[in-house]
Design a protein. Sequence first.
Length: 363
Amino acid sequence: MKPVLIGRELPEIAELLPPGEPAFRARQLYEAAYRKRVASWDGITTFGKALREAMVERADFGLPEVAQEFTSSDGTHRYLLRLADLRTVETVFMPEDRRDTLCISTQVGCPVDCKFCLTALMGLERNLTAGEIVGQVLLGAARHGLDPTSRQMNVVMMGQGEPLLNLDNVLKATRILCDERGVGMSERRITVSTAGIVNRMEALGRAAVRPKLAISLNASNEEQRRELMPITKKWHLKDLLEACRAYPLRTWERITFEYVLLGGVNDTDADARRVVKLLGHLRCKVNLIALNPGPGIPFETPSEERVESFRQIVLRVIPCFVRRPRGRDIYAACGQLKRMAESDVAAVGKGGGSGLVAIGPAL
Ligand code: SAH
């Protein structure tokens, strides 16, 4: 396979050019690909025809292709993207009045075995490259006319995969996304979510350019978390919280804790009180998500009243929000589109309402 443009930082772009080209050519390519978000070699108009043709021979441009797209009546778009090796990965676009959110993937599948998550059933296929992570943002911005330099646009790394197990590529993608001469996003508009890979949190915290941190808590004590998120056997909840305490937050930053509410399992008032005890001393907020149910997931969604009662208890001490379900009519649950696409695409396209939903941004 040819080398790829998207995902390279400036010095690596210089390596793609034919020998003897001046250094400014690399800058022109970098700015065209990331700042102007040109989508193909044809669009590099600062290059003459001969140089463009030489580049076609030398490298692939490297944006993902849309294999399938589904549009929800609530405006959510769900994409199944085809990568160069024909593997597929999901990206979701969720528009709102004052905020647009792109939910992107960091791995194909996921190695973390959370008991309520559909992606977990796939296992890990491979890490995404930095280019495949950036490519999801470029594609989403292009298709929906988003301006990455505006406060309206947000990126959350909450699609398929465990970002902290692919940290080098996640950080490289973030540098390209946040570079003024690159895509131009603010670090405040990108969030990375982890199941709690404790030994990678320090490296994340040390990075000069890094997204905001979100932790998927999902349980109110060690034992319950071990059941729901077996990774807790390796990375204990106690150590995860200690790493959160030690995490170098920027002045404007708070850690977001995400909590999937599973009916009758982790959603009682006592659970909510334990969550307050666990997190009360941290600079943080809590996002509650009622379970997106799905085939093979042995849990139920709690009632709205239960969610609200849980929220009220947490809210006494910690800012606490409920995430809205999105894309109910397009099977937009975590990992769901890909699984359906692999089995019975036509049925999905027509809808049919199994009540599977994506996670919208917190209200
Ligand atoms: N591996 C990372 C990022 C991907 S999962 C992490 O664990 O944070 C992104 C979020 O989706 C997590 O908070 C996870 O707990 C949540 N999630 C997974 N499956 C879900 C489901 N069926 N319903 C609701 N939220 C779910």
